[in-house]
Ligand binder design. Sequence first.
Ligand code: NAP
Length: 267
Amino acid sequence: MNLVKIIIAGPRGRMGSEAVKLVKNTDHFELVAVVDRKFDGQMLSDVEGFQDIRNVPVYSDIERCLETVEADVLIDLTTPEVGMHHARTALKFGVRPVVGTTGFSKVDLEELQRTCEDKGLGCIIAPNFALGAVLMMKFSQMASKYFHDIEIIELHHDQKLDAPSGTAVKTAEMISAVREQKLQGHPNEKETIDGARGAEFEGMRIHSVRLPGLVAHQQVLFGSDGQTLTIRHDSYNRASFMSGVKIAVDTVMTANQFVYGLENILE
Ligand code: NAP
């Protein structure tokens, strides 16, 4: 396989540090730089926890990084505002973004899609890189053809910034594409405490749970006469996302369009 030169943004984060391990442990991946706001001008080996990663410079500014370092792919695992700036800048420099950062707006996604079309470059944004989560979304879409009353409950650690999760929104969108339109619950239902029924998405409800101890979990509940169906996925650690990141990096190298969601690149 051809060598893929990779920049990782957010290497000290929980996801970013797993991505550094993935790149280190994959023969045809090479880490050529990292983008980190705190250690500009240093080497990654100077940063605690990365002593064994040699010859990888740290940049705080993505533009300067891309001007200096030759790369094929940028893996971004930061925050929505920073991730959008990084993805936009990477495309400007002809570097393909693989973005796991969640919380991008529709407007952001449309802008990246347009840029990819203009430049004929690949970009993969996946709100969930866990293969099991992708299957959970696909199975939920299948079930929603037959069960039209649906509540999505997503559960994450309490440091998560965006709610509902990108996975929950993506699940709702996939369901909406095939589900018969339906306003759920009693037509006269009233919340006596705001938010009790969760967020409304085309008649479905999405509930976000935030607790320490959790990583990333989601269950989709389907109700019908006399029966319910529950489809659930649990990520117990961040390593669970890395097989999907690896597939995305390999795929983006030959892609020349914008892809949103890992399910669109799995056979
Ligand atoms: P995290 O541990 O908080 O890491 C975030 C990283 O971003 C840190 O290295 C942080 O550096 C950096 N960062 C924050 N603000 C920055 C800024 N202004 N400039 C440059 N770097 C900045 O978060 P995480 O759990 O790794 O999650 C990262 C992202 O991935 C989130 O959006 C999360 O929702 C998403 N995620 C995606 C998946 C998936 O499968 N797609 C799975 C899990 C999580 P500092 O230490 O300096 O703040």
